[in-house]
Design a protein around this ligand. Structure first.
Ligand code: GAL
Length: 433
């Protein structure tokens, strides 16, 4: 071989080696948009870590980036996203990065015990109370939300949205075609699903490749059967898991699963929403981030798709909230503070939430930007009983959440409700000691 060929060959080998090294050290890198590995070394960047990659959530995030770039033109944004709804995969990658002392400049995290236990109590975050004081946010954010991101007198995150989980979304043309009234009770819900099945339509779409969407369904059935107080009691010990009441919840859950698509374990949540759009299924029970997906796919609310509270749960708002936090000693602290200022601002919130399918935790948000579904969510949030969604971090810590998820996964395989009850009870006992 002559010299130029050897040189070219060696360069290719070196490039391949460097590429492999980077991927092995940071598997998430392949999923990061707009990013080149070299960007990490640049001074004026802002690395934002989230799991917003699906329709609606990705568009909402881009809108925030657009606003950020407008007022911070010199800053290059590194969009570090890890695919997997509800943070299924993001959590592990974030853990590794935080442990390795390579925190992103700011990261997405659910408000509530999941956040406080995993990050705040570990002492890994910088309090951002000063941002609330400096920007007059103390009396602008709903006190309930502030409390969910506070610990020992300090606030540790900026809440960006409030989602509602106890909902069902449906394909309007299927409902019109079969003249289906919106079901209001669990019995009417079953009748609706029977009618759809008789007409050869899969009643309920499910995409539980990552399990949590099935647990979401279980959460809704728990809320219906226990009511707000009983459901909250699961997390304080006043409601026992090992009871006949919960056993019938588990049986109802298994019963409803019979109305779902047979390939549910191969689909992600957004692929399941797509089944509803395509008319392969008539409904899906999932949080209102689905609204963002429907809209991102170009569908019109009411004309093409609609919603109703999960039958039997009217009067309850199962809430969760996405917030952004500031790790200690980040590389681009000033840029991160600018990001958090945008997130907490009325402008940022009212630009993001109507796209995302969520409402703003600010009490002065401009309701005109929000569609008829979101207006109903505002109303429900202000008048209904609010409970924290355990699936999305607002009721318990990540470890307990994972235990319930695992028990649900096994229940779906072996249908052994008695075994599940015992395991659910021991998980609760362990955490409520
Ligand atoms: C939730 C999150 C939502 C939405 C959803 C699906 O955990 O709070 O904002 O992104 O996951 O990815």
């Amino acid at each position: 071989m002559n010299k130029p060929i050897i040189a070219a060959f060696s360069s290719i080998l070196i490039i391949l080696f460097v590429f492999l090294f980077l991927v092995l050290n940071n598997p998430g890198i392949l999923m990061q948009n707009k990013v080149k590995s070299a960007d990490y070394d640049k001074d004026n960047t802002l690395e934002i870590f989230s799991w917003w990659t699906a329709g609606g959530e990705a568009e909402g995030l881009s809108e925030l980036y657009r606003l950020y770039s407008q007022s911070n033109p010199g800053v290059e944004i590194i969009n570090a996203t890890i695919v997997g709804g509800a943070g299924t995969n993001a959590q592990a990658v974030l853990n590794t990065r935080m442990e390795g002392n390579r925190p992103p400049d700011s990261f997405q995290v659910h408000a509530g015990p999941e956040f406080i236990k995993s990050w705040v109590k570990q002492g890994l975050l910088e309090p951002v109370t000063f941002l609330y004081e400096e920007n007059g946010w103390m009396d602008k954010f709903s006190p309930d939300i502030i409390e969910r991101v506070s610990y020992e007198g300090e606030i540790y995150a900026v809440p960006l949205n409030i989602h509602r989980g106890n909902l069902v979304w449906f394909n309007s043309s299927i409902f019109r075609k079969y003249k289906i009234p919106l079901p209001e009770t669990p019995k009417e819900f079953i009748n609706t699903m029977e009618l759809l099945a008789e007409n050869g339509i899969t009643p309920l779409a499910l995409g539980d490749k990552n399990i949590w969407p099935a647990v979401r369904l279980l959460e809704n059935i728990l809320i219906v059967n226990l009511g707000g107080d009983g459901y909250n009691g699961l997390w304080t010990g006043t409601t026992r898991w090992n009871s006949e009441n919960i056993e019938s919840v588990l049986r109802e859950f298994l019963e409803i699963l019979k109305y779902t698509n047979s390939d549910h374990s191969a689909l992600t949540w957004d692929e399941a929403v797509q089944y509803v759009i395509d008319g392969k299924s008539a409904m899906i029970s999932i949080g209102d981030f689905a609204e963002g997906y429907f809209r991102a796919e170009g569908l019109t609310l009411e004309e093409d798709f609609g919603w109703f509270p999960y039958p039997g749960s009217l009067g309850v708002f199962s809430m969760f909230s996405d917030t952004f936090a500031l790790p200690k000693d980040v590389e681009h602290r000033e840029n991160a503070l600018q990001w958090l200022r945008l997130l907490g601002s009325q402008e940022g919130q009212d630009a993001f939430n109507p796209i995302k399918g969520s409402i703003s935790p600010r009490m002065d948000s401009d309701i005109r930007y929000y569609d008829v579904y979101l207006k109903s969510a505002y109303k429900s949030y202000s008048t209904d009983r609010i409970v924290g969604s355990f699936v999305h971090g607002a009721a318990i810590d990540a470890e307990w959440e994972e235990q319930i998820t695992e028990i649900t996964r096994n229940l779906m395989i072996d249908s052994d409700t008695l075994k599940a009850l015992q395991l659910l009870q021991s998980a609760a006992d362990e955490h409520l000691e």
